[in-house]
Ligand binder design. Structure first.
Ligand SMILES: *Cc1c(COP(=O)(O)O)cnc(C)c1O
Length: 223
C-alpha cells in the first residue's frame, strides 16, 4: 500500500464520518518498524498519537522523541513480563485481555504519571490465532479495570478478521459497537472504540469506530 499525505488521510476520515453522520474519529498513526525520524516527520505535521506493537522497539522511540510530547499507544499483544515496562512508558494500552495483565499494569503505573488509559481487546471473530478476550468476558474485565485507581477504562479495541465479504466485516464492526454502547452506559468515562486499519478504516468509521489505527496507508509498506 502506498502512503497518503496526512492531510489526505484526515480528509478521508472526515468524509467517512460525515457520510455516516458521526463525529470525526481520532487517528492513531501506527509506527511499528518505522524509524523515529518518520514519527518526528509526521509529528511536525501535527500528528500527536502513535501506536506501537513491540514494547522494546517503542521504548527506544519514546525515549528518543520525549521532547515532542507525543501520546503513545501499545496496540500489540502484551506479555505479562513486559507489563512493567509498558506501564512505565505508554499513555495507553489497547491490548488488555486478561485479569493478570490488569493487576500487573496497575501495580507498575508510576505514581507521578496520570492513570494509564486502557482498552479491552476483544477477539470479536473468535479466531483461535488471535489475542483478545471473548465478548462474554468484557463485563468482568471492565469491572476489574474500573476498580484500579492507576488505570482508566476508556473502551474497546478489536482487529476483526479480514473477511472477503463486506457483510461479515460489517457484522463484526456492529457487534463491537453494541458491546461498546453497553459499556459506555455502565461507565461514563468510556469514550473510545478502536477499530479499522488501512484496508477498512472507512467501513469501521461508518459502523461507529471513534479511533482508527492506520499504518501502511500513512507510512507506506513496512520495512
Ligand atoms: C499493524 C497494525 C495496525 C496497522 O495496520 P495497517 O494495515 O498497516 O494500517 C493496526 N492495528 C494493529 C493492532 C496492528 O498490529
Amino acid at each position: 500500500m502506498s502512503a497518503l499525505p496526512l492531510s489526505t488521510l484526515l480528509l478521508n476520515l472526515h468524509n467517512a464520518a460525515s457520510a455516516a453522520g458521526r463525529p470525526d474519529p481520532l487517528l492513531l498513526a501506527v509506527s511499528k518498524t518505522q524509524p523515529a525520524s518518520a514519527v518526528a516527520a509526521l509529528a511536525a505535521q501535527g500528528q500527536r498519537a502513535f501506536g506501537e506493537n513491540y514494547v522494546q522497539e517503542a521504548v527506544a522511540k519514546i525515549e528518543q522523541l520525549v521532547t515532542l510530547g507525543l501520546e503513545w499507544h501499545l496496540i500489540g499483544h502484551l506479555q505479562s513480563n513486559k507489563a512493567e515496562l509498558a506501564a512505565r512508558n505508554f499513555d495507553w494500552v489497547q491490548s488488555v485481555d486478561r485479569a493478570k495483565l490488569v493487576a500487573a499494569l496497575a501495580a507498575h503505573r508510576p505514581a507521578d504519571r496520570d492513570a494509564l488509559n486502557v482498552l479491552i481487546q476483544v477477539n470479536i471473530d473468535d479466531e483461535g490465532s488471535k489475542h483478545g478476550c471473548t465478548p462474554e468476558q468484557v463485563p468482568a474485565l471492565a469491572a476489574l479495570i474500573a476498580e484500579q485507581p492507576r488505570l482508566r477504562l476508556r473502551g474497546l479495541m478489536a482487529i476483526p478478521a479480514p473477511w472477503p465479504e463486506a457483510e461479515r466485516r460489517v457484522q463484526a464492526f456492529e457487534r463491537m459497537r453494541g458491546l461498546f454502547d453497553a459499556l459506555a452506559v455502565r461507565y461514563p468515562q468510556v469514550d473510545t472504540l478502536s477499530m479499522g486499519m488501512s484496508a477498512d478504516y472507512a467501513e469501521a468509521i461508518a459502523h461507529g469506530a471513534t479511533m482508527v489505527r492506520v499504518g501502511s496507508a500513512l507510512f507506506g509498506a513496512r520495512h
